[in-house]
Design a protein around this ligand. Structure first.
Ligand code: 6PG
Length: 249
């Protein structure tokens, strides 16, 4: 069983404050030089939150000690408008003073299978391992309209091979090739945080949280092995949840 919670917050600024508080606690509990290893998703939601990280009282100093990885990437060059890496770099404010060496990007421009292998090796070399899986301190995920998360799409439930930490995928509508962390890597993370904004996501939030049995929602398969699962929703995204809904309504 895993610890799970739903937090309904006012806006992206409140979500940024929540993340700063949560990660700040972890960093304060560690040694001075401690770091956090966090995997970031793409899409539009994270950027709307990251840019709020410099809100008063200003950026927390610990951000420059965080190591940023990717949860998924589109198979495009880093300068392409679809690149998640480009979105992450453009929305993490310079005031956070994050050193270049703290970014571990998925190389969307490389041959997908070879890059999935390379990135998987990078995870094994730079992260702690538990039960044969690399473990992030946190992974920040989004939620697609079809219940996908990272680039784990409905119907794509091929179990990963032993030691397959990163794999390739194909977006079911656009056919765009993707790179993504595999589900066991996400499930072994210490903290899984789903970030969802906007009324257009209210229906899929309700479905995934209250009726996961209705469809093969990859986001509903994210059940941490021993970490914690947190949903950060704004009021619009949470608007169809029954009042006081428990985690599974
Ligand atoms: C991607 C993301 C994807 C995203 C969801 C939500 O590469 O597109 O990783 O999983 O998180 O599709 O996207 P929005 O934040 O744009 O709604």
């Amino acid at each position: 069983m895993f610890q799970k919670e739903i937090n309904i917050l006012d806006d992206p600024a409140a979500m940024a404050a929540y993340l700063t508080g949560r990660f700040g606690e972890r960093m304060a509990a560690g040694k001075e030089e401690a770091s956090l290893r966090i995997a970031l998703s793409g899409g539009s939601t994270p950027g709307r939150i990251f840019r709020e990280l410099v809100q008063p009282p200003g950026p927390a100093p610990f951000w420059r000690r965080v190591r940023f990885y990717q949860a998924d990437e589109r198979c495009v060059p880093p300068g392409h408008p679809d690149s998640n890496y480009a979105m992450i770099r453009s929305h993490l404010p310079g005031e956070l003073q994050i050193p270049e060496a703290h970014f571990f990007r998925m190389k969307g421009e490389e041959e997908p299978e070879a890059e999935a292998e390379r990135y998987g090796q990078l995870l094994a070399e730079t992260l702690p391992m538990e039960e044969g899986w690399p473990v992030f301190d946190a992974v920040l995920l989004g939620l697609g309209d079809d219940g996908h998360t990272a680039s784990l799409f409905p119907g794509d439930d091929r179990p990963p091979r032993e030691g397959e930490y990163c794999t390739t995928a194909v977006h079911p509508l656009s056919g765009q090739r993707r790179l993504t962390l595999t589900l066991p890597v996400i499930k072994h993370d210490r903290q899984v945080i789903l970030l969802v904004l906007g009324r257009e996501k209210a229906r899929i939030v309700f479905e995934v949280l209250c009726h996961p049995e209705n469809y093969d929602y990859p986001a509903a398969r994210v059940k941490p092995v021993r970490g914690a699962l947190t949903w950060l929703l704004d009021r619009e995204a949470a608007s169809l949840l029954p009042p006081g809904a428990p985690f599974t309504c």
